[in-house]
Every structure is written in C-alpha cells, then in structure tokens.
Design a protein around this ligand. Sequence first.
Ligand code: FHN
Length: 468
Amino acid sequence: MALKTRRLFCCLFGLTFGSLLFASGCKTTPILEESMAQKDRRMEWWRRDRFGLFIHWGLYAIPAGTYKGRQVPGLGEWIRRDGQIPVEEYDLFADQFNPTEFDADRWVRMAKEAGMKYLVITSKHHDGFCLWDSRLTDFDAMSTPFHRDILRELKTACDRHGLKLCFYHSIMDWHHPDYLPRRQWEQATRPAGDADFERYVQYLKGQLQELVQRYDPAVLWFDGEWEDTWTHERGKDLYAYVRSLKPDIIINNRVDNGRKGSKKGFSEEGKYAGDFGTPEQEIPPTGLPGVDWETNMTMNDTWGYKSSDQNWKSSEELIRMLVDAVSKGGNFLLNVGPKADGNFPPESVRLLKEIGNWMDLNGDSIYGTAASPFKNLPWGRCTQKQKGNKILLYLHVFDWPKDGKLLVPGLQSPVRKCRFLANRQSPDCSATEDGIVISVPEKPLDPIDTVLVLEVKNPLMIQNFPNQ
Ligand code: FHN
C-alpha cells in the first residue's frame, strides 16, 4: 500500500474510531497521524485570516459583576464562583435571560467592519449555560424567556457575511451534577453524591456532537482544562473525537492539559493535543518558529460583561497589539462581552470602529502575512508576504523618525518598489551600509501605525548587527 494511501487510511481509521495513532518516526504531526502537508492545508485559512472576535456572553451578563447589592471581585463570567452563588440561585438568572436587543447580523457586521475574519463565541462557559437549543439539557437559551437558538442565528449571520463561526467550549462545568470536582465552598451544600465524571464526559461529547453537526464550527476553542479530573488521556481522546466528527476542524491546545500556566498558553510541542497555543492577555516576546498560536485579549479587564470594569484600552494599544502578534507569526483574538440586553458595550462598538478604520487602509499588512524577518526594529514592527520571486515587507512605523529618515537596519536587498500602503505614494529610498534609508514626510499618515511596503527580490538579504 503506497505510503500516502496508508497514511490516509491510518488517519481516517484514527479519526473514525477516535483512537489515537502516535507518530512513530514518520514525518507527521504528533498525536494524530496527519502529515504536515495535511495539517498545513487544514490550518491555511486560520494562518491567513489572523484576526478574530472573541465573544463571552451568558447569564453572567445579567448580574454584570454585582450580586445582592455587592460588587463581586474578579472576572464578570466567574461571578457564580467568586460570589459563591448557590447553583439554585444562579439558575434563576435563566428566568431573566431575555436579550431583546440581540441582533446576530449587527454583531457579525461590526466584527466584519473591524476587519475580523472569524468569530469565537462561548457556546458554554464554566457556568454550564448553553447558548443553543441542546437536547441534552434544559439549562439553555431555549428554556429562557428569550427562547431562541442564539448559535443558529449567529451561524446564519456568519454565513451571510463570510465570517467563520467558531465555538469556545468549557470542559469545566459548574452546573452539571456529574462534573467533578465541586467548588470548595459548595461541597457541603452540593455534595458530589453519585456524580460520575465519565457520564459527564459523555454529556460533553454529546453536546459537542450537537454543536459540530448542527452549526459546522471552523474552530473548537476549549477552555477550563486545568482541573485534575481532566487528564492528558481525556484530552487526546477528546481531540480525536472532535476531529472524527469534522476532520478539517481546528482545535486549540486547551483540549488537553499541557499548558504551562494560563498566562503562557503554550503546550510542550508534540506531546499534547491541540493545533495552536493560546497565550492569554499577553503577546509572547518572540514568536515560536513553526508553532501556531493566537493571543486572546480583552478590551478592558474582564471577558464577560461587568458594568464596573471601565478600564478600556485605546484603539492605539489594540491595533499595535494586533500588529505585534502578527509580526511574531501569531493570530489575535479580541474579546467583547455583550450586555444582558444583547448590545455590545458602547466602548466596544467605538473601539471596533476605530480598529476597522485602520484595517480598511492597512489590512493587506495583516492578512496572509508571516512573521518579521528582523530581530528587532526600534521604530515598530514588520510583517511579510512571499510572492513568487519577490517579497513584500510591510513596515509598521509606530514611532515616526524626527529627522525624516527611516532606517531599516541591516536590509541589504535592493528595493524594487517602496510605497505607503494607505495612499500608494512612493517616498525616496536609498541603500546604505547600515541598511535601507527611506525619506519620509514630517508627519506620519497614521500616528498609530503608518505602513510602508517595500518590494524586494527573494531571497532576502539581511545583515544582523550585534546590538540589534
Ligand atoms: O476562566 C476562563 C476565563 O473566564 C476566560 O474564558 C479566559 C479566556 O481565555 N479563559 C479562562 C481563564 O484562563
């Protein structure tokens, strides 16, 4: 049997029966016998699109950080745990869930106009509440006064506007009677009793089957994988199970338990299941060659809506974070926590619009680009595209040179073309022993990030100076 056919057979066999075939010496990705070429094909759209919207929405938007007149410290979506709200009391929020202003089409249009290409929404967060019409529980949107299938409406809107719909799904579940462990503070009032974690895993898989078969998500973004009940074996099994439901789906590394702490987000390469790393609220100092990763980031401090959280980042900070992540070979997933009425907070609307204004003129320097070939640029970042025998270098200038001379240190390649991305004007460009010097006007086109595009011949010639 030809190698390729054998691999394909192994892969299908592995996927169909959910068994895991460890790579053994052949050039394939670990965990599941899939060739690197197959993985590259599967990841291609994700690596091209670079920029997505994260949405944390659920019952927690109703208290919005305040419970029984008391501001509860911590993240908005953690209020049941941080407010030590008994499950019976928390469930009552379901009777109040009626986001009459919810308009999936408006949400998706705001994401699209911000330049986002995919949308990751919490199908179920740690509180266990489900945003779709699940046959496996009544703790879902259909059992509330709202009585609508939110994920179905978002799927229709994403298909209409050409965005990929993706789901965040929490392994940890503070509502399901079979999930273990119980929260420390509720063990006396909510004892484990005959809780059966294996039965919970079947529930988890049953809901994932509903989600994949009904809404065809492009990514499953797992979370809540850090408790002892979630083992490496279970992580590998769940990865294979979901891939068996939809072989070309992309799954993050939180399906397994290999992350080095929630702030690092990466798993030990090749040993744990998952297609990309998930650094949270931070951008790694450098990218990791050959490793796919995506920074997930809030616009303020909390993921789920919290009315007291007014610590909003500026569009300058967020645009530069997007560029920084992409310049290191990563994706950027920017979060909005909608309010209980179904509206995005006005600050989020404004920030998405401001980011979209920049992306309208400069999106080419983000989509389909690869990491910078430079170790360090004192004035900003660089992203690049290879097109046949030429390379496009997108120079992202955050700090505008006061003397009108922008030095690209160490670049030795002759520059064929040099222009501003936003208005296509061509400044003078000259080669010096220190690198390429571009004569720029007194004022930047965009004080947040002015993008210049250099076209050079492949292969790139860069001399790295010792102090760079
Ligand atoms: O506990 C969650 C948190 O609520 C939020 O969903 C973030 C998003 O990445 N993930 C977990 C914290 O690491």
